[in-house]
Ligand binder design. Structure first.
Ligand SMILES: [Zn+2]
Length: 503
């Protein structure tokens, strides 16, 4: 299950439901523009574009386009266009490239030529060539009509996305796209073959466009390291892909072939400094203008609230249904935080009673008795229910009112984990504090600094300078995709993140 990326899947699904009703016609077969093979295809190119066009609008609204660094944005577009020129559909499809304002390590493509890269991915990679490799992969998904083929498959199998969606509307589904995305996810999930094809043609396109194809291997290695250290960060991109080790082996073969046929391509200079320079000031981590997660804290500048997150938890601050969602997806721990404006002020008891009846409608049966008042006069209850994805679940709800707003924290986990989970949710509620407007004004996301290595500087001295600790050099070197065994040469640009405490 993808945690941070799930609302995108939902967007795509919602959009497709509309499109299904509108234009369902059976067109039979078509020749794939990239592979030249005949495949089942019910989606015309016109319809494919219209699906992309519709979802693109929602991506812009829901995820937001990252506009703070115009030079980085134009680089993404420029590299994308360089690659697009060499694609099979170059003449009859316009490829578009944008940075979405999300800290995930992710990139994705929509049918019809819409390619997006998350700012979190741009933060982690280190060269223009690596960027070309990521974009080349995503372009291939469109070029080879992978999404269109997926949609066709669903239509031909007569699964009926709408039917699937209705069938999965269990008790918990209203608690989010996070818990119940089931059948819908299938649409955004390309087959292994599609992924292999994307790596293969992506490497060909980047080589044709003049980049060093060795970078496709290097970016994959970097990803493998991040994956080992922070499994949840890359999960969203990788859950849909063959294992990294398999992709590395395939890319290695790919590069061997290039070595035979086009050895000069592997000698092209890797464009590192030209890339790193454009990252200066890049926002790091969750941040959407009103809310941010920095260190272990969630801050809401608009409602002047801060909450301490349990160690290792992640958050999603841009969510349609809730103010923010926090969790530890590896353990299937989810906490939904919401602030809702009230029509008129009510007491905490009245609010809690009403809230409980809503939970009941969603299939959560009250279990524990309502506890005495907590901080902020909050009330707390425990509940049980079931979910098609998690099986038996338990929930805890803590709510209070303040002026004309209702505040709630609802935590859901598998029944078996509830004794571990419950104190974590209680600690979050205890940590909820109101901050002053002055304090809120000071809150800024962490940003990347760029350091130019000077003669005589070492990993030790640079780690000491920025993090007060030479021991941090290992992480710093890895973050920059460089070897710690070898000190960086003078003139090399390094990314200095606000913290090296990766989740
Ligand atoms: Zn892919």
């Amino acid at each position: 299950m993808s945690f941070l990326n799930s609302h995108l899947t939902k967007l795509l699904a919602i959009s497709l439901i509309g499109v299904f009703f509108g234009f369902l016609t059976f067109n039979g077969c078509a020749v794939n523009p990239v592979t030249g093979r005949t495949q089942l295809m019910t989606v015309s190119e016109e319809r494919e574009f219209r699906i992309g066009q519709q979802v693109d609008k929602q991506v812009r609204e829901e995820m937001g386009i990252y506009l703070e660094l115009p030079e980085l944005r134009s680089l993404v577009k420029e590299v994308g266009q360089n690659l697009a020129r060499h694609t099979a559909r170059a003449k009859n499809l316009t490829y578009r490239f944008e940075i979405v304002d999300s800290p995930d390590f992710n990139a994705f493509a929509l049918p019809g030529g819409f390619i997006y890269v998350h700012r979190g991915l741009l933060e982690r990679i280190n060269t223009i060539d690596e960027l070309a490799s990521v974009l080349g992969h995503e372009i291939t998904h469109v070029d080879a009509r992978h999404s269109a083929a997926q949609i066709s498959k669903v239509e031909l199998l007569n699964i009926g996305l709408l039917a699937a969606n209705v069938a999965t509307q269990g008790a918990i589904s209203q608690f989010g796209d996070l818990v119940n995305i089931g059948a819908v996810l299938a649409l955004n999930k390309f087959s292994r073959d599609a992924e292999r094809e994307a790596d293969h043609y992506g490497t060909i396109y980047m080589t044709k466009a003049g980049y060093n194809p060795k970078s496709s291997f290097e970016v994959m290695q970097q990803i493998q390291k991040i994956q080992l250290r922070e499994p949840t960060t890359v999960e969203s991109w990788f859950m849909t892909h063959p294992p990294t080790s398999e992709r590395l082996a395939n890319l290695n073969e790919e590069i061997k072939l290039i070595q035979q046929n086009q050895p000069e391509a592997l000698k092209r200079p890797i464009q590192r400094n030209q890339y790193i320079r454009r990252l200066e000031g890049l926002a790091v981590g969750e941040w959407n203008g009103q809310e941010l997660i920095r260190g272990d804290y969630y801050y809401n500048k608009e409602f002047l609230v801060k909450i301490k997150l349990p160690e290792g938890w992640q958050g999603q601050i841009t969510n349609k249904q809730y103010t923010a969602v926090f969790g530890q997806p590896k353990k299937d721990f989810y906490v939904y935080f919401d602030i809702e404006p009230l029509r008129f002020p009510v007491t905490s008891e009245e609010y809690f009673r009403e809230f409980e009846s809503k939970l009941k409608k969603r299939g959560l049966q009250k279990e524990g008795i309502t506890s005495p008042r907590l901080k902020h006069n909050a009330l707390m209850g425990t509940y049980r229910g079931s979910s098609s994805q998690l099986g038996a679940v338990k929930a805890i709800a803590i709510t209070f009112t303040q002026e004309a707003n209702g505040y709630s924290l609802v935590g859901i986990c598998k029944s078996a984990d509830f004794s571990t989970f419950r104190p974590l949710v209680e600690s979050m509620s205890e940590s909820l504090t109101f901050i002053s407007s002055q304090e809120a004004l000071q809150l800024q996301p962490g940003r990347l600094k760029i350091h130019e290595v000077k003669t005589g500087e070492t990993w030790d001295s640079i780690a000491e300078k920025y993090f007060g600790n030479p021991q941090e050099k290992n992480k710093l070197a890895e973050y920059n995709g460089l070897e710690v065994k070898e000190n960086p040469s003078a003139g090399v640009l390094l990314k200095i993140p606000p913290t090296l405490h990766f989740q």
